[in-house]
Design a binder for this molecule. Structure first.
Ligand code: MRU
Length: 362
């Protein structure tokens, strides 16, 4: 792992080595970390979104297999049961299933399960970090092209949810080109969708960008369309939780509406992803990608700090009004200008994706 900031790391503060993660539920108000020392803790941290973001869920799952290997004292059959629990902890981000399957495949013939699990998890995370750096470069090349084409010196980028270093090791996906733009001295401003109901944009993306001193403005989820009509968005970059073989994109709820607005306003809509976000088994994202349904509570209540700085959770709907809370939506491939991948820019099209990412080596 090479970035300046980390969402997770190995810690020897406890009896056995364990995983330490930033508790993302409390940001931006409180910076706190949690130790994950058992499979149960790993599963619950993923479910309750102590850790979130497709890539980081995969990374935690990989280290979760290491923690589980310690728990079962190196017994592969017992590890399979633990792995199944980790694999089922959230349904939409395919990086989770990818990481668990990859780890279990690598460990199948291991004579030294615990040590190997540790080494493979580190290897997998180093691969993710490298891919994030590659996405940064390819994405930033596009930023430069857009500026050149428009003969502008400042770029306005709209993003949805959080796809930075809190979401994907090492610098994220959608935010990686933005960090690279800052390194290249490009004048960049980011429109940050608040991303109801959990507000990952307002709380996490804004926090990340502020920490890196990148100019940004938090906007309500419904404002992007107007800004596009006013010519104030040069491009959209989002991450993804799963991309089907034909290029349909599952990402945080509300992404699809941004893609529609972008299409109508001829604003280029990019999706930044590492190889682990492809699901080559799925040909039709709309019909086949499982969409997580979360508790209505997340819609009915909102978290924040009051004027005294006390963290509070308050209800914002009438007590008897039911709420529905799908966590993700699908943006059909036809609305995606290009995928920004670790292997370069790619059309969201079955044959083009296949060409770049042969199933065997992705
Ligand atoms: O529910 P979350 O916070 O895990 O959802 C995260 C997102 O939707 C991100 O945009 C997505 O993971 C892309 S970054 C890998």
């Amino acid at each position: 792992m090479q970035g300046n900031y980390k969402a997770l790391w190995l810690s020897d503060d406890m009896f056995d080595e364990c995983l330490e993660v930033i508790d993302q539920r409390q940001l931006p108000f409180i910076y706190d970390t949690k130790y994950l020392t058992t499979t149960e803790e790993v599963v619950s941290a993923i479910k309750n979104m102590t850790v979130r973001g497709a890539g980081v869920i995969g990374s935690v799952a990989a280290f979760g297999i290491y923690i589980a290997a310690i728990e079962v004292e190196g017994d592969y059959e017992a590890l399979r049961e633990k792995a199944a629990l980790i694999r089922a902890s959230r349904p939409t981000a395919v990086n989770l299933m990818w990481a668990v399957d990859k780890m279990m495949g690598l460990l199948k013939d291991s004579d030294n399960l615990i040590e190997d699990a540790r080494a493979f998890a580190i290897e997998l995370n180093d691969k993710e970090a490298k891919e994030s750096q590659e996405i940064a470069k390819h994405g930033c090349d596009i930023i430069e092209e857009i500026l050149k084409k428009k003969n502008k010196t400042k770029i306005n980028i709209l993003t949805h949810c959080n796809a930075g270093w809190l979401a994907v090791i090492d610098e994220g996906t959608a935010l990686a080109p933005i960090y690279e733009a800052k390194r290249r001295g490009i004048d960049v401003h980011v429109w940050v969708d608040e991303t109801r109901p959990r507000n990952q944009g307002a709380s996490l993306t804004a926090w990340e960008l502020a920490k890196s001193e990148i100019e940004h403005t938090v906007i309500t989820d419904n404002m992007g369309g107007l800004l596009m009509q006013k010519g104030e968005v040069d491009m959209v970059i989002v991450g993804a939780d799963r991309v089907s073989a034909n290029g349909d994109v599952a990402n945080k709820i509300g992404t699809y509406l941004k893609a529609l607005a972008a299409y109508d306003n001829e604003v280029p809509f990019y999706v930044a992803i590492p190889a682990s976000t492809f699901d080559f088994e799925i040909r039709d994202g709309i019909k086949e990608i499982p969409i997580e349904e979360r508790s209505p509570d997340e819609v009915q209540f909102i978290n924040g700090v009051d004027e005294e700085g006390v963290l509070r959770r308050v209800r914002i709907t009438p007590e008897n009004s039911p709420a529905l809370n799908y966590g993700f939506d699908i943006t059909p491939a036809k609305f995606v200008t290009r995928l920004i991948t670790n292997r370069g820019v790619c059309e969201a099209d079955f044959d083009k994706i296949r060409e770049k990412f042969k199933k065997s080596d992705a």
